[in-house]
Design a protein around this ligand. Structure first.
Ligand SMILES: NC(=O)c1ccc[n+]([C@@H]2O[C@H](COP(=O)([O-])OP(=O)(O)OC[C@H]3O[C@@H](n4cnc5c(N)ncnc54)[C@H](O)[C@@H]3O)[C@@H](O)[C@H]2O)c1
Length: 245
């Protein structure tokens, strides 16, 4: 029996990078999946791949910052699978620009996707979980929620916000069988890195390599499953040693 046997998991940003690797692993562990992303083409392609491997999954095109879209995600989860047990709040965008050049609109969109939407999706999930006797939320933050870096003020502020939102929600629902934890990746080889110099990222990492999405998926599985049954309001930092420096 899989670690997520018959659990229904909503994964945002679920068709690329960390989300896609997690979808593959969660499906192998018996979960039914609702994969959410703005990228329809990627979604269609990935869902076929997953189904080809025997996965039970649907794709919902949605902007995680849009309330009506999120409502549709949870409605679809319920109509397709009857319930939601797990929310992996993982969609995100990067923002790398010197602060003096960052527009207020760019700041606001970064915080909207990387922090506001984590709250919005969590709120929908919590309402479900309260009716169903419990559930699990995993929020993807970042090692940059723990430490700063030049040129990423909006992203780092949003990810720091996710870590404290996670603490607060974990405490708020600790007695109601809803666990909330954050995954804090280091540099992981996914499309979000764009054309960032890989040699620079490798050298900045004590283990002298980038992380792989599959390594994040294993950490996400730990947080989403009963393997982490006594953990809430906390973070798991998986960064090749970066924040230990
Ligand atoms: N890759 C890294 O080095 C790294 C490090 C720390 C944290 N993270 C975080 O991991 C998470 C996953 O990123 P990834 O590395 O897999 O990158 P990725 O770009 O492969 O995946 C992110 C996905 O989120 C989707 N997305 C973005 N905005 C959206 C929106 N408004 N609505 C719906 N979907 C949206 C994108 O279309 C994309 O498919 C993000 O939250 C990111 O900040 C990544």
């Amino acid at each position: 029996m899989g670690k997520l046997q018959d659990k229904v998991a909503v994964i945002t940003g679920g068709v690329s990078g960390i989300g896609a690797a997690s979808a593959t692993l969660f499906a192998a562990e018996g979960a039914k999946l609702v994969l959410v992303d703005m990228n329809q083409e990627l979604g269609d392609r990935f869902i076929e791949e997953l189904k080809g491997q025997g996965g039970d999954a649907v794709f919902v095109k949605a902007d995680v910052t849009n309330e009506a879209d999120v409502q549709n995600v949870f409605d679809t989860a319920k109509s397709q699978f009857g319930k939601v047990d797990i929310l992996f709040n993982n969609a995100g965008i990067g923002s790398v620009k010197p602060t003096e050049e960052l527009t207020y609109a760019e700041w606001r969109r970064t915080v909207e996707v990387d922090l506001d939407a984590v709250f919005l999706n969590a709120q929908f999930a919590i309402k479900e979980f309260l009716q169903n006797g419990g559930g699990v939320i995993v929020n993807t933050a970042s090692m940059y929620g723990w430490v700063g870096s030049p040129g990423s003020a909006a992203y780092n502020a949003a990810k720091g916000g996710v870590i404290n939102l996670t603490r607060s929600l974990g405490l708020e629902y600790a007695e109601r069988n809803i666990r909330v934890n954050a995954l804090c990746p280091g540099f992981i080889e996914t499309p979000i890195l764009g054309d960032t110099d890989r040699e620079f990222l490798t050298n900045a990492t004590p283990m002298k390599r980038l992380g792989q999405p599959e390594e994040m998926a294993k950490a996400a599985l730990f947080l989403a499953s009963d393997d982490s049954s006594f953990m809430t309001g906390n973070s798991l930092i998986v960064d090749g040693g970066y924040t230990a420096q």
